[in-house]
Design a protein around this ligand. Structure first.
Ligand code: ATP
Length: 403
């Protein structure tokens, strides 16, 4: 992490439909003034539909922007990251500093950034103000990316989580309650606990070893690391005068492009080579561990600390630790014990509950082959193709404004 001068030209993408549908109001009430007072020029772009942000960043002249910031839930950042990595100049594009301001109902990355700052936990508008402050401070860190391979969909990139079973079901089934904000997860958890399911499958992983942090290990996993650079220092604000280049009523009108297919059918991405992963239909190397159980209640792979604003799922995670924090819960856990786990997770205390069914390990790659014919797999909270999936971490591939 390094001190930088403030972002001088920031593109701020706001999804007006995110969360309770108040992102624009929150921008007008809190963020616009903060950025202006910090002397940060920004251009507001109001997203109009799904994949709008993805198309925009694929086509944008990134030399004009010192940072791309999204104000929404995590779904919009997912689009931005995958748009950047779909560009022919992806190696350069993914180094554009990214920022997030919580406007959705999950806001996991925003909560993680707040957590990394060492401040006490907050939610809702307090979290927004904290993230706005950290954005104005403008420290840039490296952030891990995880490449995700699915059976018949092209590879995609994930910055937050990969989930199967209970967590994925709750996330998706609770979307109908998103206008309640973060409470949707509590409602969803209680509903799903009432009819707890067992999911069958085979889970395997490549353990993170002590030397996994070495430069050599990094180089073997990502081509980008050939020219790995020190943390980014953004250029100084060119014009120190108080200036905001765009307001909500004169938002940049973006050119419409032909609609891109949904993420499950988009064309193959460019991006870093995955040396840790054999093809999905090939056997795994000997240094992988195969989990003996085949009956699970959930599998959750986390790369940042928070699963939601109030769920500290991976307390040890840092933005660029180069590991996937893998959790799984074996079948046989009672609904009460599972509820206790999630209640403890609010304070990150689930790992100290001595729950015999919970397993936590740090890995560099994983493969899941679900046997249950139906189910939900999510990447960063969004549904992806159900079926065999594998993933590998690319340490510090992107840049994140963490304050
Ligand atoms: N104007 C819009 N109308 C409808 N959907 C949009 C619009 N702008 C963006 N989207 C899409 O909305 C989806 C959800 O966005 P996002 O995840 O950021 O918010 P959310 O679902 O409210 O947040 P959370 O995931 O925290 O619940 C994204 O896939 C994005 O492409």
């Amino acid at each position: 992490m390094s001190q930088m001068s403030r972002p001088c030209q920031m593109m701020l993408l706001v999804n007006p439909q995110s969360g309770k549908g108040q992102a624009l109001t929150l921008y007008n009430n809190h963020i616009q003034r903060m950025l202006n007072e910090a002397g940060i020029k920004h251009t507001l772009v109001i997203t109009e539909r799904q994949n709008h942000a993805r198309e925009m960043v694929k086509e944008a002249d990134l030399s004009q922007w010192d940072a791309l910031v999204i104000m929404s839930g995590d779904g919009l950042l997912y689009e931005v990251i995958n748009g950047l990595l779909e560009r022919p100049d992806w190696e350069e594009a993914i180094r554009t500093p990214l920022g997030i301001l919580p406007g959705g109902s999950g806001n996991a990355l925003a909560a993680s950034i707040h957590h990394y700052s060492g401040a006490s936990p907050v939610t809702s508008e307090e979290l927004l103000v904290s993230c706005g402050f950290l954005l104005c401070k403008g420290l840039v860190s490296h952030m891990d990316m995880v490449s995700v391979h699915l059976c018949s969909s092209p590879r995609l990139f994930s910055f937050l989580s990969l989930a199967w079973g209970f967590v994925a079901d709750v996330d998706i089934e609770s979307e109908k309650y998103r206008h309640f904000g973060a409470v949707r997860f509590t409602i969803g958890t209680l509903v799903r606990l009432a009819s707890l399911r067992v999911y069958k499958g085979r889970l395997a992983y490549l353990p993170a070893t002590r030397d996994h942090n070495s430069e050599e290990a990094l180089r073997s996993n990502t081509m980008l690391c050939k020219d790995r650079v020190p943390p980014v220092t953004l250029p100084a604000v060119r014009d120190s005068s108080f200036h905001n280049s765009c307001h909500s009523n004169n938002s940049l009108k973006v050119r419409r492009v032909e609609s891109t297919p949904s993420r499950s059918v988009t064309k193959a991405l460019p991006g870093p080579h995955d040396s840790l992963l054999p093809p999905l239909d090939q056997p795994l190397p000997d240094d992988w561990v195969v989990v003996p159980e085949e009956d699970f209640v959930l599998m959750l792979a986390m790369y940042q600390s928070h699963l939601a604003e109030d769920l500290l799922a991976a307390p040890e995670a840092t933005p660029d630790d180069g590991v996937i924090h893998l959790f799984y819960v074996r079948a046989g856990i009672s609904p009460t014990a599972l509820l206790r786990l999630f209640l403890a997770m609010e304070k990150g205390a689930h790992l100290t509950t001595n729950c015999q069914h919970l397993v936590y390990t740090k890995v560099r790659a994983l493969r899941l082959e679900p046997y249950s014919p139906k189910g939900i797999i999510t990447v960063d909270g969004e549904v992806v193709e159900y079926g065999p999936v594998q993933a590998a971490v690319h340490r510090g591939l992107s840049r994140l404004i963490t304050g």
